[in-house]
Design a protein around this ligand. Sequence first.
Ligand SMILES: [Zn+2]
Length: 472
Amino acid sequence: MSSKVQACGIYARISSDDGSALGVARQIDDCTREAERRDWKLAEVFTDNDVSATKSKRRPEYERLLQAIETGGIDAVIVFDVDRLTRTPAELERFIDLADRHHIALASIGGEVDLATPQGRLTARIKGSVARHEVEQMSRRLKRKFQENAKEGKPHGVTPFGYRREHIIDDQGRNAGYREVIDPVQAEAVRELYRMVIAGQSLRSLAKYMTDRGFKTSRGNDFAGNVIGNMLRNPRYAGHRTHEKQIIGTGNWEPIVSQDTFDQAFAILTTPGRRHSRGLEARYLLSGIAICGREGCGGVLRPNVHKPRPDGKQRSSAYVCPRCMKLTRRMDPVDELVNDFMVAYLTKFNLRSTATDKPDALRSAQEARDAVLARMDTLADSFAVGEVTARQMARINEQLQVQLEAAERDIGRLQPNRILHGMTGPGAAAAWEATTIEHKRTIIRSLLKVTILPSGPGVKFADDQVLIEPLA
Ligand SMILES: [Zn+2]
């Protein structure tokens, strides 16, 4: 700049792709800071609302800006990006001509295109003639908008169950967006759902819990198990802000559950195999768990349940081997035996042995996770104030995401087993009696191998026909 800028104009525009009044406020904010940085004296701000824009639509403030340049009212223009100022390459050329004639200094935020230099103009022209540029700029604007929301901790997308939307009214009585606040009744249900998951209950029983209490999805449907599973895997319940299913920072809303609770439930919900469960409610203690003991078979036993007969006589339910089709055993005595075994086993079970044997490793994995999250927050802030570009932001975030996933995998692996909480010691018999069949099945599955041994036809049930082996 050869001569000092005496009167600089800021031009801001919102359009349908990023449209909100806040977008303009942010543009003006950034431009004002840029004027200060360059020591340009701010004279006037021009703002067009271009939300329903077509290319032919008039922009009154833009025309006023051109007029101000013609009459010498301003000698510099700052825009957030060149695409705010001109919408077509032809418009850009006309603006550059005008700027040349009146020796106008032009600047944009972020330094990607600085029209104050010949190189900057060339860049703007080249970019303006490339269609892809539009897409890049749009994605940059959207990212900017998104970062703006992220920085202010604004919620993004549909309000999750457990929260409700509260409108924010600014000091002039205008609607200034919304924030998400905890809905106490729904939030308590969410906490209960996490407790149920950690206690080993099935998604189906979680769905029943929600339906029994009259909760509906935002579309007014009953909650299905898989919907709840997805819901509980959402890190925003632990206060994390996500974008495209990735954690990108901390939200300004209140978490409903602690990080610790979230981690435990997440580890259970993402256990391989869980997703492939048959979705049938488990009603039998050992179906899908007990194994056929016939030599060379090893089939997983299924229930064989008979409907009541018209004569009122009831054939008893049995476990059968669907693989060799040669093993059948009445359920009741087998279940009774395993129940008795579990109560005795849990009564003298030392819970300490299920705690992680690597508490230091767990703690350092949690610290690593927290450090990555903190860096993501700092990065989002740096981007919002223009210290890093969108490209740098994306690149760094990608690396951080890899580190975050690694830390979360470690945490899941090192997490102590909470499934047995409250189930061991002198109260084991009562606790076993009181808990759900899903919980019992989860415990049996994690502690025992149950094999039903073959016996000759007509042989009466005997305890030694069931082989119960504690795992590890
Ligand atoms: Zn078999």
